[in-house]
Design a protein around this ligand. Structure first.
Ligand SMILES: O=C(O)CCC(=O)C(=O)O
Length: 323
């Protein structure tokens, strides 16, 4: 079974059949910025997470928001990803190796992302007009042609950021009726994904597991050597979605990469990772020269990881960047 929740409009209600208002906002803002190609638009109106999305995210550890992007956005972004991962694709070479530049940068703070992360990764006192209340700490692009094989050594082995049953700064928590999803992944699927053909798979609910998954080492962040490997694999779920859909999951959830077997299209996706303004998992590996070309609010996604001192930690600068 896959979980599909409708994208919400600004009131938090799912729209009937209109394209996502959020996407339209990004397109409009992006065209307004057309004369400034280096600085893509910062969307301003987050799309609030719905109660339904919150329920399923808490229950399962992941949600799918279908058809967030417009056709034009999908085509432009796909072209950037294909150009980036295969330098000879369409005769183009690309400087874009991650989702921090070009049209792909609009995904970093897309209104659909901001609305959800405002709910699960920060609190109102830390959200401002000129800065975000969460950080982005990694981005990578993916193209998997039909026949691409995952390996049981890498992300093909069901894994988590840390074993979810132990206390740690990255883990999924709910306290006082509030979700706090430490390390959160947002995946943008730019081609169609059909269930069973190689999308990411999840052991739904495992982000709240209280017991070890059977392996010999309680600190091991994957299921290797678990005597229950077969039933763990059999319990994984995946999803179907049209291009332009957004998948959000907590990295405390057991999940895995899978062989891409769909002969109809490659998997083409952008994987962005977010964290609390007070915690960090990945080294950022992003040059100041790229960040300084972003609108200031988007730059705040890459500020240092601390809270108290000086005038507070809101703006990004060369002296205040995450490492
Ligand atoms: O490649 C995939 O489908 C899953 C990627 C993954 O394991 C991760 O984001 O941690």
């Amino acid at each position: 079974m896959s979980i599909v929740t409708e994208p919400a409009d600004e009131t938090g209600q799912p729209p009937a059949s209109e394209p996502a208002a959020a996407s339209a906002a990004v397109s409009a803002a992006a065209s307004a910025a057309a004369s400034e190609p280096e600085i893509t638009a910062t969307p301003t109106q987050p799309v609030p997470m719905t109660e339904e999305q919150k329920f399923f995210f808490d229950l399962k550890g992941w949600i799918l928001v279908p058809s967030v992007l417009t056709e034009t956005e999908i085509e432009e972004m796909k072209a950037e990803v294909y150009a980036a991962v295969a330098p000879d694709y369409k005769g183009k070479n690309s400087d874009i190796k991650r989702g921090y530049q070009g049209k792909l940068a609009n995904l970093l703070d897309h209104p659909a992302v901001v609305g959800i992360l405002n709910e699960i990764l920060t609190e109102p006192p830390f959200v401002g007009d000129d800065h975000y209340g969460f950080r982005c700490e990694s981005s990578f692009l993916m193209v998997r042609e039909p026949g691409w094989k995952s390996t049981v050594q890498g992300t093909g082995l069901p894994h988590v950021v840390r074993p979810p049953q132990q206390a740690n700064a990255m883990r999924y928590q709910v306290q006082g009726g509030k979700i706090f999803a430490g390390l959160t992944r947002v995946v943008w699927e730019l081609e169609e994904v059909r269930a069973g053909y190689g999308g990411t798979s999840f052991l739904s609910g495992s982000h709240k597991a209280h017991f070890n998954y059977g392996g010999p080492d309680r600190y091991r962040p994957n299921i290797s050597e678990s005597p229950w490997e077969e039933s763990l694999y059999a319990s994984l779920e995946d999803y179907s979605c049209p291009p332009g859909s957004m998948l959000v999951f907590t990295e405390s959830l057991i999940h895995a990469a899978n062989d891409w077997t769909d002969p109809n299209n490659p998997r083409c996706a952008v994987f962005n990772c977010y964290n609390s303004i007070w915690a960090q998992w990945h080294r950022l590996n992003l040059d100041h020269e790229v960040i300084e070309k972003m609108p200031p609010k988007r730059q705040s996604l890459f500020r240092g990881t601390w809270q108290l001192g000086g005038d507070g930690n809101r703006a990004y600068s060369l002296d205040n960047r995450s490492v």
